[in-house]
Design a protein around this ligand. Structure first.
Ligand code: FMN
Length: 243
């Protein structure tokens, strides 16, 4: 029989908290790593979002059957709960230990960021501006004050639905998060991921009785300027009550 000395036991017990500490540190580093590329963006204010609901009034099947690109909206503000639900459907964290999200990601590298451009009176209780969605805190970070909806419409080749929507989501990509692991193939993965996010938003909007359309036709430079970040814009998604 192998005898285990007191010292070995002590070392064993010490290793457990050390391993836990290492795990926490690694998780912290992963989160920091994901937020890399956004460092330098000044946060002017934070808005805590209501918890997303996991119960809806529409089945996935019905949402799929009804999904349509909707380009005409009512002049009616969204609630913060609706905004919270839509952002969560795009990139919400559903598994906190590893940070897995509502949309899949190649190697869980999460190259996408989500922004919200809110027009004057677009969302009840939310000042107009450009916000970044922080999925780790499920919070909105105000990064620019003011109504940029008309500038965004101009950047989207004057597509009127961008200017008329209560809000516009802008999905951007930081390619390096994925290409540093997968090389050139990483670009393909990023494009696939944007598609997943777009469909999530379509289905969530439909289930909430809202309408949206994904937009790929825009001037990259102008959209970047409106957001004030060095990330590649992939989709602009106007959202509102369908007319
Ligand atoms: C990659 C991509 C880019 C698109 N870009 C635009 C766009 O710039 N403007 C627009 O109004 N619709 C755009 N759409 C929406 C399509 O026009 C729409 O999906 C198509 O007409 C089919 O209609 P449905 O979505 O209602 O099924 C785009 C869709 C995709 C997938």
């Amino acid at each position: 029989m192998v005898r285990v000395g007191r010292r070995s036991w002590l070392v064993g017990y010490l290793l457990i908290p050390l391993a836990a500490l290492l795990g926490l540190t690694l998780q912290g580093l992963r989160i920091k790593e994901r937020e890399r590329g956004r460092i330098g963006v000044r946060v002017l204010g934070r808005v805590r979002l209501p918890k997303p609901s996991l119960r809806g009034r529409m089945s996935v099947e019905e949402a799929l059957a009804r999904r349509r690109s909707r380009r005409e909206y009512l002049e009616k503000p969204l609630t913060l709960a609706q905004v919270s639900q839509i952002l969560w459907s795009a990139q919400g964290i559903t598994e906190p230990t590893w940070g897995f999200r509502t949309a899949p990601s190649a190697g869980a590298t999460y190259p996408l960021e989500v922004y919200l451009v809110v027009r004057e009176g677009g969302v009840e209780g939310l000042e107009p501006g450009v916000y970044h969605y922080n999925p780790h805190r499920h919070e909105l970070e105000l990064i620019r004050r003011g109504d940029y909806s008309l500038e965004l419409m101009a950047a989207c080749l004057d597509q009127s639905w961008v200017g008329e929507a209560a809000v516009n989501l802008v999905i951007t990509a930081i390619y390096e998060r994925t290409t540093k692991w997968y090389g050139e193939r990483g670009y393909r993965y990023v494009y696939m991921e944007v598609g997943h996010v777009g469909e999530n938003v379509y289905l969530q909007c439909e289930a909430l009785g809202l309408g949206c359309v994904v937009i790929g036709a825009f001037y990259d430079g102008e959209v970047k300027e409106i957001l004030g970040v060095e990330e590649e814009p992939m989709y602009v998604i106007p959202v509102g009550y369908p007319r």
